[in-house]
Design a protein. Structure first.
Length: 588
């Protein structure tokens, strides 16, 4: 109750035009004093983008045209900011009492049956169309709801927790309470700063940085036709990730520098980048609300047609082909073209960052891939990075120059115009030419062609299992590289975290009895059993290991990254990687 009252009061204080804020001076003074008291009470722990959705919505309301704002009651505004701005984050169905029976029926016709569906590419466009409908009906309560829901799905497209590295820090390193380099604080202390609210409510400079970014990035209605705007909206997932990719790493660097060292320059870096990420969604929501009002005054019927969706698919294909991998701050310092190599190199495939949770090789694969490359960079290993799109178009480099290739593929699937069949075909051609491949797997199977002999003997205990053993047995298990004289490391931290897509799951075990094509490479040993979880083929051309063998800080040993925004393998992951590559090289 206190939290809800605090939220409502905060809303009233941010909107002086509301009637209650025009009360007598003594009442205003009493409200202000009560607000100060309430702000000193414990608040709910923030997880990005958590309460930051409230801040996006609040900034939107503050900038709506006066006539539109006056159509909302104080309760509508409070509900939109503090509750409806989180409306899409539910798997509940749409209900008539929330959005109206006519809207529920129209949503069903478009294939939208539950609130979370609004996050999809089509869902964002449908949300906009529902806003247009609400404007046509002049239904203030539903206008407020759909503005709030629309602001949410847009904000998610550029939210920094959808940057792979920030995601890892937020949901994995914070859960594990890894130590920051200074040793006094752990990553859980960063969580409030990795939400937009940490900047938006920082009166020392963060709030001003957010406001300045909104003003600087403001967009105008330039008369877009519906087909043009709907295509732009459906591409927000890609353009939002593109906007986030140079900034997410800087957000983490700034937050860590401030918490760890009280570095004021790092804090300003955090404010600038986080403010811009929040502003990206505020200005698009405002511009699109203005356009929705314009459309509502037209007699035209607005729909998401097959022609618009076909154009969208073409737009996505062009975007995926044209996006520059060097714009990803996670990869930019690590890129190395094989054309510059003067000797043989070990290759690794890198996939640029797409829309949230989108990838061919798995959203979670990017941080482990970057950690591998930076470890090679720091140890002086000769390597080259292979852009996934170049491999899909032209195949992999000649094995005479790149005899070994590493792929972190926590999943493997087609992603829009990036086709799994093309990857599989080029990978097989690389192997046929003499190349050797080390694949780190997650919950998906590796490519069917190249890894057919592996897939035939890979098993999981139940269709939904995520690890070879229970979570409890996984914690404390030992992972042994077959034939190694080094003591098997112990898994010290849980693979399952409270949320997120970066959980290092891999359920696969190998049944190698009565076959000669494969031999064991890695085992997972608990008190009750020993399971083969990694294998190499008899020709020494293919190796397959679980991703948890190279997930930094899962094992007992290192306490955390030396540089939060520059991930590397820990000492155990480095041993597993190099031992596996050596096993491939040593085979005939």
């Amino acid at each position: 109750m206190i939290g809800r009252f605090q939220n409502n009061l905060s809303t009233l204080m941010r909107f002086p035009s509301l009637a209650i804020w025009n009360a007598a001076p003594m009442i205003r003074l009493g409200l202000a004093l009560l607000m100060v008291t309430l702000t000193m009470l414990p608040t709910q722990k923030a997880c990005a983008w958590g309460s930051g959705h409230d801040d996006v919505m609040r900034e939107v309301f503050e900038r709506l045209p006066a006539d539109l704002l006056d159509s909302f009651t104080p309760d509508m505004i409070s509900q939109a900011i503090h509750h409806q701005s989180h409306y899409p984050d539910s798997f509940d169905p749409f209900l008539p009492e929330d959005v109206g029976a006519v809207t529920v029926a129209r949503l069903a016709e478009t294939g939208m049956t539950k609130r979370y569906d609004l996050h999809s590419e089509r869902g964002m466009a449908i949300t906009f169309l529902m806003l247009v409908d609400a404007f046509k009906r002049e239904d203030a309560a539903h206008i407020a709801l759909w503005i709030a829901a629309y602001s949410h799905v847009i904000a998610d497209m550029s939210a920094c927790n959808h940057d792979p590295l920030v995601h890892t820090a937020t949901y994995q390193w914070a859960d594990w309470k890894l130590k920051l380099p200074g040793g006094e604080n752990d990553y859980s202390k960063l969580r409030p700063l990795l939400d937009l609210a940490g900047t938006a409510h920082d009166h020392g400079g963060g709030e001003a940085a957010f406001e300045e970014a909104i003003q600087r990035l403001r967009l105008a209605d330039t008369g877009q036709e519906p087909s043009e705007l709907l295509c732009e909206i459906m591409l927000y997932g890609q353009t939002g990730a593109d906007f986030c990719s140079p900034r997410g790493v800087r957000v983490l660097e700034g937050a860590a520098g401030w918490i760890d060292r009280q570095d004021t320059a790092a804090r300003e870096m955090l404010w600038k980048n986080m403010g811009e990420l929040g502003a990206w969604s505020v200005v698009r929501t405002l511009r699109d609300v203005e356009i929705a009002r314009r459309y509502a005054h037209s007699d035209r019927q607005f729909d998401l047609t097959p022609e618009i969706e076909a154009t969208h698919r073409e737009n996505v294909a062009r975007f995926l082909a044209g996006r520059k991998i060097q714009d990803d701050a996670l990869f930019a310092p690590l890129l190395r073209d094989i054309k510059a190599a003067k000797a043989t190199v070990t290759g690794i495939v890198l996939e640029p960052c797409w829309a949230m949770n989108g990838a061919m090789l798995g959203f979670a694969s990017r941080v482990q891939s970057a950690a591998i490359v930076r470890t090679w960079q720091q140890t002086g290993k000769s390597y080259a990075t292979v852009d996934l799109r170049e491999a899909l178009a032209d195949g992999f480099p000649d094995p005479k120059q790149m005899p070994q290739l590493v792929v972190v593929g926590t999943s493997f699937q087609s992603y829009h115009s990036l086709k799994a069949d093309a990857f599989n075909r080029h990978l097989q051609a690389y192997l046929d030419a003499g190349g050797r491949v080390l694949w780190f797997s997650g919950t998906s199977l590796p490519p069917a062609g190249a890894f057919a002999s592996f897939r035939n003997v890979m098993h999981r205990d139940g269709a939904n299992s995520k690890l070879p053993v229970s979570d409890g047995d996984f914690l404390g298990a030992k992972v042994d590289f077959v034939g190694s004289r080094v003591p098997a490391p112990t898994i010290q931290r849980p693979a399952a975290t409270h949320a997120g897509w970066h959980q290092p799951f891999c359920p696969w075990t190998f049944k190698l009895e009565n076959q000669t094509e494969l031999r064991p490479l890695v085992t997972l040993d608990t008190d009750a059993t020993s399971l083969i979880v990694g294998a190499i083929n008899a020709k020494g051309k293919l190796g397959l290991l679980p991703v948890y063998t190279i997930t930094p800080y899962l094992f007992a040993g290192d306490d955390g990254p030396k540089s939060p925004h520059e991930p590397t393998l820990d000492s155990i992951g480095e041993v597993f990687l190099e031992a596996s590559l050596k096993a491939l090289a040593d085979n005939p």
